[in-house]
Ligand binder design. Structure first.
Ligand code: PGA
Length: 254
């Protein structure tokens, strides 16, 4: 049985002064300690250290939202996996569609980053997903498979890595994929994992849905057999709403 995983993606939101209050409310309201729901927060780089301190002992994990693939060097403005780890993160989001769209990250760059994250002991949350035009022209499966295959071809295993299926047209738009639409892609993703790393690995991997997930649509999504959790942007910014989502996942895990 795979644990459910609910991950927050704060994107470029919140400031240092918000962190303690947020986690105080969230940890009080979510009842996540000791539950079988995994909880992860992807926060902006400058907030990693204080977020890690705020969740210490709670079982909640902290992620960065990006990293550079090089270990160190002349890359002004970039941050390495080791720096992120030193600050207290255990995970890193890689290949979010906003990185692909606004920062020209290609499948090849994403693959380098995932490989480097594993090599340096950070667990990647690899994001994949199609645009609206791609969905309309019926190429969702081939786009998502290619995104995965470019990365998997560089790896010997994806052990403890996480995949997030995030249809680009559903991110921040209020339009979410229906549970049925998402489940179809999640099932396909699991077959791609199986093809590269075997059935056992495919059964273990957590595949999250992202794109306007909220407290009203989460339960339907999580009831699908291949949807193991959510990557939540907008709805994670309010601790009460996000805590509610953790409780929903907890109820389904009992
Ligand atoms: P959203 O963002 O929940 O605001 O749609 C999800 C994401 O981009 O990770």
């Amino acid at each position: 049985m795979r644990n459910k995983l609910i991950a927050a993606n704060w994107k470029m939101n919140k400031r240092a002064g918000d962190v303690q209050g947020y986690f105080h409310s969230f940890l009080n309201e979510s009842n996540s300690k000791g539950s079988s729901v995994d909880v992860l927060f992807a926060v902006p780089f400058p907030l990693i250290e204080r977020s890690a301190a705020a969740v210490k002992g709670s079982g909640v994990a902290i992620a960065a939202q990006n990293m550079h693939f090089a270990k160190s060097g002349a890359y002004t403005g970039e941050v390495s996996a080791e720096m992120v780890k030193d600050a207290g993160a255990s995970h890193v989001i890689i290949g979010h569609s906003e990185r692909r769209q606004y920062f020209a990250e290609t499948d090849e760059v994403v693959a380098e980053k995932v490989k480097s994250a594993f090599a340096q002991g950070l667990l990647p949350v690899l994001c994949v997903g199609e645009t609206l035009e791609q969905r309309k022209s019926g190429v969702t499966n081939s786009i998502v498979s290619k995104q995965l295959e470019t990365v998997f071809a560089k790896l010997e295993s994806f052990d403890k890595g996480i995949i997030a299926y995030e249809p680009v047209w559903a991110i921040g738009t209020g339009l979410n994929a229906t549970a049925k639409e998402a489940e179809a892609v999640h099932a396909m993703i699991r077959t791609v994992v199986a093809k590269f790393f075997g059935d056992k690995a495919a059964q273990k991997i957590q595949i999250l849905y992202g794109g306007s997930a909220n407290a009203s649509n989460l339960e339907q999504l999580l009831r699908k057999p291949n949807i193991d959790g959510g990557l939540v942007g907008g709805a994670s910014l309010d601790p009460t709403t996000f805590a509610q989502m953790i409780r929903i996942a907890g109820q389904l895990s009992q």
